[in-house]
Write a protein that binds this ligand. Structure first.
Ligand SMILES: [Mg+2]
Length: 247
């Protein structure tokens, strides 16, 4: 009998890996949709007070904001409209029209939406997480968001992920955000593994670029709207529409 090596499904995509490093928003939970909503609400309101500014479009989220640390998203979107605002202090009032004020306003809108509606994780993602754990793989969450622990808790996923590198950890450790690979590399170190042994799972272009810039085993792109070819061009090893496809 001929033994054919199994290179399909989970075994193929994760072959030889010891850990999976998951982005959170848009990979484990559909919170990318909530972030999109919150950004739209923020900039619709802000741009209404700016004469002759082009209105906020859905594509702005993917072009300037998705996957980046919040204040970078604010700054990069404003730059796309030729708008320069003072930075303001990091804890600036959400009511202030500064980079940090707008970022904190967006955070408030996001938290209000999450608290009102709760968060259901993607079913296919939970199935992959369960299968990975059953095979003894280590798991971590690497998110630009400062709300990652709150979102994991709201989604009932906290117990799965002893290692969470979020926006708060990144700032505390002085790590640059995605598209730098630094936060993913830090998660691998916390798991006591070389990057080579870890697979990165991402839905955003900046996140796929982060994985691709590091020395990781592979980068799995999840197409939640960024576009299959766009994610491949950004450096994804493989692109799926749902993580259950890897089972
Ligand atoms: Mg994401």
């Amino acid at each position: 009998m001929t033994v054919v090596p199994d290179t399909s499904g989970l075994a193929g995509a994760l072959s030889g890996a010891s850990a999976i490093l998951f982005d959170l928003d848009g990979v484990l939970t559909p919170t990318a949709v909530v972030h999109e909503q919150a950004w739209k609400q923020l900039f619709d309101g802000f741009l209404a007070s700016v004469p002759d500014a082009a209105p906020y479009r859905e594509s702005d989220y993917f072009d300037h904001i998705d996957g980046k640390p919040r204040f970078d998203g604010v700054r990069d979107f404003l730059t796309s409209r030729g708008i320069v605002l003072p930075e303001g202090p990091a804890d600036d009032e959400p009511a202030h029209d500064t980079v940090h004020g707008l970022g904190n306003r967006k955070n408030k809108v996001f938290n209000d939406i999450v608290e009102a509606g709760g968060v259901q994780p993607y079913e296919g993602s939970v199935r992959l997480v369960d299968a990975a754990l059953a095979r003894g793989l280590k798991l971590a969450v690497v998110s630009s968001s400062r709300n990652a622990p709150a979102v994991l808790k709201a989604a009932g996923l906290s117990d799965y992920f002893p290692v969470v590198v979020d926006g708060v950890v990144a700032v505390a450790q002085g790590l640059p955000g995605k598209p730098s690979p630094a936060t993913y590399e830090y998660a691998a170190r916390l798991l006591d593994l070389p990057s080579q042994d870890c697979v990165v799972v991402e839905d955003a272009v900046s996140g796929v670029q982060a994985g691709s810039a590091g020395d990781f085993r592979s980068v799995i792109g999840v197409d939640r709207g960024a576009g299959r070819q766009t994610l491949l061009d950004a450096g994804a090893t493989v692109v799926v529409n749902d993580l259950a496809e890897l089972l």
